[in-house]
Design a protein around this ligand. Sequence first.
Ligand code: ADP
Ligand code: MG
Length: 371
Amino acid sequence: MTSNRIYPNQTIGIIGGGQLGKMLAQSALRMGYRVAILDPSEDAPAKSSCHEFICADFSDKDALLKLAEMSDVLTYEFENIDAELLTTLVDTYYVPQGAKTVLTLQNRDDEKRTISDSGARIVPYNNIKTKTDLLEFIGREDYPVIVKTATGGYDGKGQYLVEQESDMDDIPFGETELIVEKYLELYGEVSLTVSRNVDGQTVFFPLQENLHKNQILYRTIVPSRIKLFDEAKEQVAMILEKLHFVGSFTVEFFVDKNMTLYVNEIAPRPHNSAHYSIEGCNISQFDAHILAICNHPLPKVHLLEDSIMLNLLGKDLDRLENTLFDHSDWHVHLYGKTDRKPERKMGHVTILTEDIENTLDVLESTFFKKK
Ligand code: ADP
Ligand code: MG
């Protein structure tokens, strides 16, 4: 079947020109597509990797329609597109990912309910409006819990760890929709990246082991030393019955002390924990996304070599920028962001290795070294 296939020289429109948009665009360009990007920032990382760049806010309807007009297929790296606007785009233009899944995943309450309804495992949670609701949840589940804004959060933003009643003071009750969930004592975290084309062909990347610091992804090791690949695939299979996906997406999991997997959240777009796939796999998550939305066949994914990916935040770059290229085995990616902030993702490094533990030891004296 060749339904809705998009061919080279046709135009892929990408909503969002951050690092994900840039790496998507680079894949698309390599395959011979034309690329159009919309982003609110004049110096968006992807600006130099596209044929057409529209500088406009994500809520600018006319600008989004302009992007759609010049594109044969639309996709996004930015998942918080306004519901009404996205629905308009989906009704009139070709958006193979549709609106329903991304709109469900924009709201943590809808996301968790849908995942739970699918039969996949999540940590106990509730939506809350007041401090009384929160205290009632804690009465049932005990401390510690974590309160999260239902919408708009990323890299730990909008999250409040509550270990005692005095931790509740900063929570914006009444100002925004909130959920609370049990805060797990984690053994670790893993994620599973999946790509699915328009015809429904589905391929799995290897299980990724993630370490977060200050709720921001710090390091990914592949293959995961936590051997729960089959269990993770089973959880994802249940979710796939409930939610329609096209393109590359990633399911994040918690692993508790009993080695039980819990689905944390789903990113309906390329994900930081699969950046290693650019060098580490026979196909990257970005290549796979482009092939999937253009409805081409996807190859079975395999790891070429064990991989470690380290994020470069602004504060890491301050420390390492002049020595990054001293390490000939580091695949250095810098996104080209002009505004450097200590906790902002500025780039990443991927290292392929035959010996993960030894490489981690070596990294301890280079990358990890604190001043
Ligand atoms: P974001 O949308 O910011 O990625 P997440 O819900 O994935 O939000 O939280 C970011 C990180 O914070 C997680 O990867 C994990 O390290 C930590 N965290 C969040 N919720 C919990 C929890 N319930 N128990 C333990 N750790 C958590
Ligand atoms: Mg997360």
